[in-house]
Design a binder for this molecule. Sequence first.
Ligand SMILES: Cc1cc2nc3c(=O)[nH]c(=O)nc-3n(C[C@H](O)[C@H](O)[C@H](O)COP(=O)(O)O)c2cc1C
Length: 261
Amino acid sequence: MHRDLTPEQVRAFFDGHRTVRQYVTQPGGSPQRLPDDELDAILHAAQRAPTDATAQLYSLIWLDSPEVRQQMAELTTNLHIATASEAFMVCADAHRVKRILEVSGRQPGHWPAVGVHFGIGDAVMAGTNLLTAAEMLGYQGCWIGGVLNNLEPIATALKLPPEVLPFAALTIGKSAEQTPYRPRLPRPLVIHTDEYRAATDAKLTEGIDLMNPIADRPGTPGDWGKLLGAYFAADGGMEHREPKLVELLKRQGMLAGTPAK
Ligand SMILES: Cc1cc2nc3c(=O)[nH]c(=O)nc-3n(C[C@H](O)[C@H](O)[C@H](O)COP(=O)(O)O)c2cc1C
């Protein structure tokens, strides 16, 4: 087994990553599903992810039926959930470990903030392994934070028990689009040495200039600040998502600072 790729091969592999939202489908538009052995391999990769305290504080929900796919496509406003080869809901899960404690005769503790912290960490590590494995097999994929558009209906439809939180959906398939290589911020803005180094305005402006093409649209040069503003500025999308997330955290018993029942 290759554990000795060259630095150039590693860079080339990760440079091959593209988020893709249009997938090769069957002639009628229905999903071209992964062969069983490939599906098995990417799920194996997901489960081989490292995990906090051995606990595996996550669950993946494989979205198999066309009806559930369609419902999740609509609720997340990411229609490729219906057409991708495979689709998953990636969830933080502090529920199962508590059940394991109970069945082994122990009283579960009260740690909602820790559950969100390590639950999302574990979920992302499993999802990242899954996506990377899919890319090794020649597929591409897309994470879908659009779950925050309709969190409560998603949690209800998927019958998520308390202490399970949908983090994001993930689609996988063969690309049917010409996807540009999307830039990243200059390394010194992101990777710090020994201590956090606050960026100067000039360095941040350089970063914005480098990132602008990520927002390119046909005929219109990109404006990354504008794109970020639509999400993160006052009255942007994230402010609108915030109360729904807090509400679901409360409903699921995962809101930090709430007393034990
Ligand atoms: C947590 C997360 C949530 C995302 N949510 C969405 C989404 O809801 N819809 C979408 O089309 N892309 C989504 N993306 C994909 C990003 O837009 C994409 O990764 C980014 O533009 C960088 O592009 P690249 O992955 O091709 O380099 C998400 C990515 C992540 C990691």
